[in-house]
Each structure stands twice: as structure tokens, then as C-alpha cells.
Ligand binder design. Structure first.
Ligand SMILES: Cc1ncc(COP(=O)(O)O)c(C=O)c1O
Length: 425
């Protein structure tokens, strides 16, 4: 706990928090997220005073991201939320529009759309994969739908063929939120380059960490130019825009600044060198644990959709079958897994439709204006029953990034023991 300057009494103690990643089980995982290499580059950049703007390191990182994703354009932002804001703005999302988004995601997948005046329409997740359910998306499309947010949650990849088919039929573009899925692919294509626009968080706990930053990629010149106009003030001096339409607004664009800190991007550029190795190690570990679940009737892997190669592995959800464990409730089983020595937890994200913001609404722009008031009906328990039920069946296991030999086997043994422990709890 830190203290506010000049205030000594306990009442004013404020919690400190460091949101970068570290090995989740230090005795089994040798991983260090940040090493000398990142520190050296940050030092060199600082000495060069390469601390603001579209610097050489920033430009090179964006170029590499374009190559990774296979898009013509990419631009960094100060965080993933700003990348999403820029992408929604790029798509022309505005007042009166609706945006379809799974309720099972992080709030930033949809929050920027609100600030642009659009109304969220929450949809179900496919109960097998926990990812956006394309059929439910189809049911919720109206003439006002302006975007569909496909979130590759925890590194699992959405059914992009089904979503693309809906997008092509209806003309509603797909925004891919890839904040958990750096380096994941679908039918050989990198996620983020399949829909109209892709966004990534590069926040400190992500598979590619800048500490704080984000990035957006697209093949669409209009989306890209608008994204630059909303957040890249003064950086680009007319250089980055892909077409002439908005050149008259340069160099100040709309005056907004969502630019990334170059030091963060420098750190992310070193992290990007390590992404393939990280994904290979995390993937091998996850697959080995999943294979080990074959002997545990009450835990099942979450199957990737056909054609997907997972990446990022920001979390490791597995499916809990309480009936197969003699009806032991989820919380008790999680407690038992923890007692067996494996840190496990329920889904860390609240379903968005349950948040007071979306359930009750909010006078966002005051005087009864904005997308969450007026005729906004809000959400009630039972409105998204498939996803609500799914939350009672998810257990998150630790993700090991550089496991010692035999680590996955040990985790599976602990899970077996947890079954015994749960019976005694
Ligand atoms: C799915 C998802 N989208 C967007 C974001 C927002 O990214 P940032 O925290 O960098 O703003 C996050 C962050 O955790 C996320 O998990």
C-alpha cells in the first residue's frame, strides 16, 4: 500500500497495482516476460530522445504488424481501448447505430462504441466454444446495425466463415478484437486481417506487451484514414493517409491524440520477436493438459473451431461438468483445485449485460441523451441464458509460458487429486 503525499492516516492508503504478467506457477514456469533486451532498447531510445511521435521504432513496428497480419495498413495507439475507439470511428459508427457484441468479453470490446453514441446489442456465445454465436448475431441484426464485434476470447478463434457470410449478406462489417489472440490464425490467415478491421491490446499482461499500447490493422483505406484522423494528431503531417479524401483536415485531424508512447512500442517490438516461441510453448502446454483431461470425466477441453490455430493464450478455460463430479458446485471444485496446488478461478470477466451500466442504463451525455437512456430497455437476468449458463461451467487453469519438463503432467495429476479433495469438502 502506498500513501498519498502528506496524508499519513490509514484511511488514505491507496492500493498499488502492477498489471504486467509473470509466471503463474513459479515452480513450474521459467518465463520472464521482460528481459535485458527490452530494457536495452528502451534505454537506447531514451538516450536518442525517441520519446514521442511516429518514430523509426514505431514505424518499423507498424510495418512488421502489417506483415504479420497481412493488411495494407496498421497504426499504433496508446492502448487497446483507443485502437477500438479508432476502429469504430473508422467504420463510421455513430449516434443511432447498433453494434452487436458478445456479452462474454471485456468491457472495452464495446465501450468505445457508446462514446461514439451507438447502442450495444449483446449476443450469446456458442455454448461449445464460448465465442460469439453467429446464428444469434444473425437474429439480432436490424437496419441500424453498424458493426459486429468478433472477440477471439482467450486466444480461441471465432467462426470467421460463418461471421463473414453474415457480413457479406447484410453488409455489416466485422471488427475483430484480437486482444487475447496475438498470432492466432484462421484457415491460415492471421486474425485481425479477416474482418474489416482488427484491434489488439498491447497492455502489460498481453502476449505482446508494450506496458500500455494498442494497434489497429485494416485493408480498408477509408477505415484507416478515419482512424488516423481521430487519434494521430500532428504525428502524420499528411504522410500516413491512404487517400486524398481527408487530406484537407491534416495535420491536425480531429485534434484527438491516441498516439502510443514510443518506449512502449519499442518494448512491444522486442516482445513481437518472441511471440512465435511464446505461442509454441503455451500451445504445447495447453494441448498436453487438454489431452490429459481425457481421464477426468468432469473436465473437458474447449474445442477450437475448425480451421483455427489458437494464439496468444491469454487464458485457459476448460469446461466443468458438475454432474460428472457428483454434483459438486463450481466454486467448491475451484477450491479443491486450488488446494491441490493449481491456481484456478472462474471466468474473470463479468457478463456485460449484467453490469449496472448496461442492465440499468446511464445518462451518458446528460439531459437524457445518449445510447443508454430514452427508449433503452436495459438487460435482465435471463436475457442471455446460454451464456449465463456457460459461466457456471468454466474453470480457468493457469497458462504456463515456459514450463519445465513434465509441468503439464503435474497439473493433470493435481486435477485428479482435486476430484478426491472435492468429495471431502
Ligand atoms: C478483449 C479485450 N479488448 C480490449 C481490451 C482493451 O485493451 P487496453 O486495456 O489495452 O485498453 C482488453 C484489455 O484487457 C481486452 O481484454
Amino acid at each position: 500500500m502506498a500513501q498519498l503525499p502528506g496524508l499519513a492516516d490509514e484511511q488514505h492508503e491507496v492500493p498499488e497495482f502492477v498489471q504486467t504478467a509473470r509466471a503463474q506457477m513459479e515452480e513450474l514456469d521459467r518465463w520472464e516476460q521482460i528481459t535485458e533486451e527490452e530494457a536495452r532498447l528502451a534505454y537506447e531510445m531514451t538516450r536518442r530522445n525517441e520519446l514521442s511521435g511516429g518514430t523509426p521504432v514505431v514505424r518499423r513496428f507498424e510495418q512488421r504488424w502489417r506483415e504479420l497480419v497481412g493488411t495494407r495498413y496498421a497504426i499504433t495507439t496508446m492502448n487497446g481501448t483507443a485502437a477500438l475507439y479508432s476502429a469504430f470511428f473508422g467504420l463510421g459508427v455513430g449516434p443511432g447505430d447498433e453494434v452487436i457484441c458478445p456479452t462474454n468479453t471485456w468491457i472495452a470490446s464495446i465501450a468505445p462504441a457508446l462514446l461514439l453514441g451507438a447502442r450495444p446489442v449483446f449476443c450469446e456465445s456458442d455454448p461449445r466454444t464460448g465465442l460469439i454465436d453467429p446464428e444469434d448475431v444473425r437474429r439480432r441484426i436490424t437496419p441500424n446495425t453498424r458493426a459486429i464485434v468478433a472477440v477471439h476470447l482467450w486466444g480461441w478463434v471465432c467462426d470467421m466463415d460463418a461471421l463473414k457470410a453474415i457480413s457479406e449478406e447484410t453488409g455489416v462489417p466485422i471488427l475483430e478484437d484480437c486482444s487475447h489472440a496475438h498470432g492466432a490464425t484462421y484457415r491460415g490467415r492471421a486474425v485481425g486481417g479477416i474482418g474489416r478491421v482488427g484491434c489488439w491490446s498491447l497492455q502489460g499482461s498481453k502476449p505482446v506487451s508494450a506496458g500500455e499500447a494498442g494497434i489497429l490493422a485494416t485493408d480498408d483505406a477509408e477505415v484507416f484514414d478515419r482512424a488516423c484522423l481521430i487519434g494521430q494528431v500532428n504525428r502524420i503531417v499528411g504522410m500516413d493517409l491512404a487517400q486524398d479524401t481527408y487530406r484537407y483536415l491534416q495535420p491536425l485531424g480531429t485534434g484527438f491524440k491516441f498516439r502510443a508512447h514510443p518506449l512502449g512500442v519499442g518494448i512491444a517490438s522486442v516482445q513481437l520477436d518472441k511471440l512465435a516461441g511464446l505461442n509454441a510453448r503455451r500451445g504445447a502446454y495447453v494441448e498436453e493438459v487438454e489431452a490429459g483431461l481425457a481421464d477426468i470425466p468432469w473436465l473437458e477441453p474447449i474445442p477450437p473451431v475448425e480451421g483455427a490455430r489458437r494464439g496468444g493464450y491469454y487464458g485457459f478455460p476448460v469446461r466443468y461438468r458438475s454432474a460428472a463430479a457428483g454434483g459438486v458446485p463450481l466454486d467448491t471444485m475451484i477450491e479443491a483445485i486450488n488446494r491441490a496446488g493449481v491456481p484456478a478461478r472462474p471466468s474473470p470477466y463479468p457478463l456485460l449485460h449484467r453490469l449496472p451500466l448496461f442492465a440499468q442504463g446511464f445518462d451518458l451525455f446528460t439531459r437524457n441523451r445518449g445510447p443508454l437512456c430514452g427508449d433503452y430497455r436495459g438487460y435482465r437476468e435471463g436475457d442471455l441464458p446460454v451464456t449465463e449458463a456457460l459461466m457456471e461451467e468454466l474453470i480457468f487453469l493457469p497458462v504456463l509460458s515456459d514450463p519445465i519438463p513434465g509441468a503439464a503432467r503435474l497439473i493433470v495429476e493435481c486435477l485428479h487429486q482435486a476430484g478426491e479433495i472435492a468429495r471431502r469438502l
